[in-house]
Design a protein around this ligand. Structure first.
Ligand code: IGP
Length: 257
């Protein structure tokens, strides 16, 4: 496929010897009317991209923090159509890539082709669909390729070497290295095997490798990021926004880069 905006934006940072930092936020948590401001704020803090979650009633990969953020967003009426419309309104002003994180069910309900078209209209640069295994990807892959939307794949600690190599080869934009066995959420420390896992992915991946799950402070960001190209931080960012601690978000990002 042709390169997405993610490739370009990440290459610029990496060429300057910078690590990548991708915060995750839940769309509609704090009100959909604040979504574009939050993205702009993260951009001003130095975020390399924003991963944006679509709230869903059955988020199997999410821990309590993100589940609760999803419940808050659903309670104020947030849905996929509303999120895409809101993103489209600020498309011209955005200077960093947006990666949508959604389970497959909301996409299916929305209509797969319509989803790809409206993502492109909204300026979405990549998607992550955690519950769609390699074997089912054909349901959507072609529509995304047509719109040059990167289809980001997840590599799990539990996958065998052969499958990891296949996932690395297929992934677009970057490769998401899930650095915990379990759900999203803060973790005190990562297992020693994570380091080898990240180094192994770096060897087989031609695109940047980002580590996510369980990263909640800049020490962890530096430690994991030191073995790949950067990190993704979700639960901690979601908590800090919910508590109104935007200064701490800014500090966390600055100290992690
Ligand atoms: O919350 P954590 O532990 O910082 O992990 C990142 C994560 O939240 C974000 O990337 C994410 C949220 N939900 C997901 C579902 C699958 C894969 C990734 C995600």
């Amino acid at each position: 496929m042709s390169k997405s905006y993610i490739d370009q934006a990440f290459q610029e940072k990496l060429a300057n010897n910078q690590k990548l930092f991708v915060p995750y936020i839940m769309a509609g948590d704090g009100g959909l009317e604040n979504l574009n401001d939050r993205i702009d704020f993260l951009q001003s803090c130095g975020a390399s991209a924003v991963e944006l979650g679509i709230p869903f009633s059955d988020p199997v990969a999410d821990g309590p923090t993100i589940q609760n953020a999803g419940l808050r967003a659903l309670a104020n009426g947030t849905n996929l159509a509303g999120v895409l419309e809101t993103l489209a309104n600020n498309k011209e002003n955005r200077g960093i890539p947006i990666i949508l994180m959604t389970y497959f069910n909301p996409i299916y309900t929305y209509g797969v082709e319509r989803f790809a078209n409206d993502c492109a209209e909204a300026g979405v640069d990549g998607v992550i669909i955690p519950d769609l295994p390699l074997e089912e990807e054909a349901l959507i892959g072609g529509f995304l390729t047509e719109k040059s939307i990167a289809f980001v794949r997840l590599a799990a600690l539990t996958s065998g070497e052969e499958r990891l190599a296949e996932i690395a080869k297929r992934s677009e934009g970057f490769l998401y290295a899930v650095s915990v066995t379990g759900t999203t959420g803060a973790k005190a420390s990562h297992s020693d095997t994570v380091k080898g896992f990240l180094q192994g992915l770096k060897k087989v991946s031609e695109i940047p490798v980002l580590a996510g799950f369980g990263v909640s402070n800049s020490d962890q960001a530096k430690e994991l990021g030191g073995n790949c190209d950067g990190v993704i931080v979700g639960s901690k960012i979601v908590d800090l926004f919910h508590e109104g601690k935007t200064n701490e978000i800014s500090e966390l990002i600055k100290n992690s880069l």
